[in-house]
Ligand binder design. Structure first.
Ligand code: SAH
Length: 196
């Protein structure tokens, strides 16, 4: 098929946590992503003080960039280690508290208040917990979602969209029969049918 042999593959949460533990995080970009710089104007569209969502955020440095520009950033990530590394590497003091609506989840918030990172599965979130967003940075997120969960993931993203929101999505084109990842190949036709 056009997704090669990736269709039935699953990367479990435990496997992600393990990648973080052993430092197998080749996806992390120390210098941030050039495509966010390139398309920043499309994301912001002249607006200031936006709420911006980072699904499957890892320790993406772009969260710091956008917060420094005066936006308010919310991310979600299963690895607590990733979130602690994010605050540590940017010398940002933070607080940690439980999330009443989600058993076992934690919310890490910068003391300045403009970065809130949820440690839980993306599928535990809803707009009643995190609100809606004006902008989205989806890099290493849709392409990391297990193919069987894509529709659910995209429905959630649509549910989190404020009117007139902008969604920047980064995918990678390659021959899925020749390469194993980044984790999953998402053809453009599928993106169109998922997002409508
Ligand atoms: N967007 C980040 C990280 C990409 S890698 C970046 O650009 O660097 C994908 C990340 O998603 C990993 O850090 C992994 O731990 C996390 N993850 C995987 N499944 C998840 C889920 N169901 N909910 C939340 N985070 C998840």
């Amino acid at each position: 098929s056009d997704v090669g042999c990736q269709g039935d593959r699953v990367v479990t949460e435990e496997e992600w946590l393990h990648k973080w533990e052993v430092g197998n995080i080749g996806f992390h970009k120390e210098q941030g992503h050039p495509l966010l710089q390139k398309y920043l104007d499309i994301l912001l569209n002249g607006r200031s003080g936006l709420r911006i969502f980072f699904p499957l955020c890892g320790k993406a440095v772009e969260m710091k960039w956008l917060a420094d520009m005066g936006h308010s950033v919310v991310g979600v990530e299963v690895s607590e280690q990733a979130l602690k590394e994010f605050f540590g590497e940017h010398n940002l003091p933070y607080s940690e508290e439980p999330v009443p609506e989600i058993p076992g989840a934690k919310k890490f918030q910068s003391t300045s208040g403009n970065i809130s990172l949820y440690c839980c599965s993306i599928y535990d979130l809803s707009s009643s917990i995190v609100g809606k967003f004006d902008g989205f940075w989806d890099r290493g997120a849709l392409v990391a979602v297990n193919p069987r969960d894509r529709q659910r993931y995209v429905s959630l993203m649509i549910n989190l969209m404020e009117k007139n929101s902008s969604y920047l999505l980064v995918t990678v084109s390659y021959d899925p029969n020749k390469h194993k990842g980044p984790p999953f190949y998402v053809p453009e036709s599928e993106i169109k049918s998922l997002f409508g």
